[in-house]
Design a protein around this ligand. Sequence first.
Ligand code: UDX
Ligand code: UDX
Length: 428
Amino acid sequence: MAEIAVVGAGYVGLTSGACFSHLGHHVVCIDNVESKIETLSRGQVSIVEEGLEGLVQAGISRNTLRFTSDTQAGVSSADYVFLCLPTPDLPNGSVDMSYVDAVAKQIGPWLRPGTVVVNKSTVPVGTTRHVAQLLGRDDVSVVSNPEFLREGNAVADFLNPSRVVIGGDDAAAVERVAKLYDGTNSPVIRCDATSAETIKYAANAYLATKISFINSIANICEHLGADVRVVADAIGRDPRIGGQFLQPGPGFGGSCFPKDTIGLLRLAGDAGYDFGVLRSVIEANDQQLARTVSKVRDAVGGSLRGVAIAVWGLTFKANTDDRRHSPAVEVVRRLVAEGARVTAFDPTVSGVVPELPSVGVAANAIEACRGAEALVVLTEWREFAIVPPASVREVMAGAAVMDARNLLDPGLWRSVGFVYQGVGFRPQ
Ligand code: UDX
Ligand code: UDX
């Protein structure tokens, strides 16, 4: 049982803290947003994440999990300090390290001798040494322990990782951090800090490459008259390829893939290597967003000006409330820019969407379709797949459906008169 402090109680920090408390450690989660600390201290979790609120409440009632905005109090009683701070991308593609730098400088003097500082945020290669310099302590170690959890599946991914990666120059510190994961029965990869930091980028870049690849294959299938669903299934059965992350769609989004692909492209460039493959992955993703918009435009006769469009889904994927770099938001932004009048429904959204001020938000999926010429499905929420198409047909003015997630049953929707379009196949 270790004393763990987690700085930054966001998607990664809160999940890590609650799971470490679940594994039997004593955890204090620190965040500089007082209101977040107040609600978390009451066991209320504002983000949509399966199982997380239950873990937080269990940790609080077991007295193995607490929350504070007093960073000094939190870190000065810890053996391990996990940094789970935002590292957003800057306009030039580089990574904003201001939060990590500020916290590292701040906590340096407060740490107990022998503390291990663990970087869990996605950070440029070389950050482990950089943070060690900012701490200015030779009796404190720094290691890199990148996180691979998926939003919407974070608790399960943390407690059942396919591997735990820990990188650092201090082997003893690496070993101590490895022991924190004993309860996960996961293989631990011990390596140097630079490799660990590179593993995080490489993993995200590879998954993004797989998505841009299947989106490109989907587009080819539309031209050739093949069916990407069959193609993806068949190639995915080859264990060298694997069936996961072969779901075509409107393009990848979220707080990680867009930022980390651009970040790695830039890191490689700064290191003198032109990562052409990754550049194409990023370009293909932008083209996929544009292709989704053009399919909608074609479906309503070639112009979106003044056309009423219904949209299902605004989050970057299902089972999360996160809209950061959401492909759905970007597609809607582009539809509005071409003059469309958009009404959207998303189970996690109510009221005005700050990043889409002119978009109406409906109370349910059918209401969003009232008077619309076309329906566009942008996020794969399961509840959309069970909406009776006849009820949608009754309220819509037009009959066009652009299912950018291949979520709906084409035959069923066509049986009530819809002109259905998916991604990567021609409806029979
Ligand atoms: C984190 C990492 O930031 C990102 O690099 C990685 O790619 C994914 O994991 P996430 O947990 O999703 O991202 O970030 P976010 O949900 O924004 O949480 C960060 C938390 O840190 C927020 O609660 C914020 O209030 C807090 N914070 C931010 C601090 O406590 N102190 C600060 O100085 C800045
Ligand atoms: C990702 C990585 O999966 C995770 O390991 C890492 O720690 C953080 O970044 P996350 O951003 O939560 O996780 O989302 P993910 O499930 O990977 O999806 C990313 C984007 O790709 C979403 O927009 C999703 O809709 C899209 N996607 C995913 C596809 O379009 N097709 C797929 O087959 C899979």
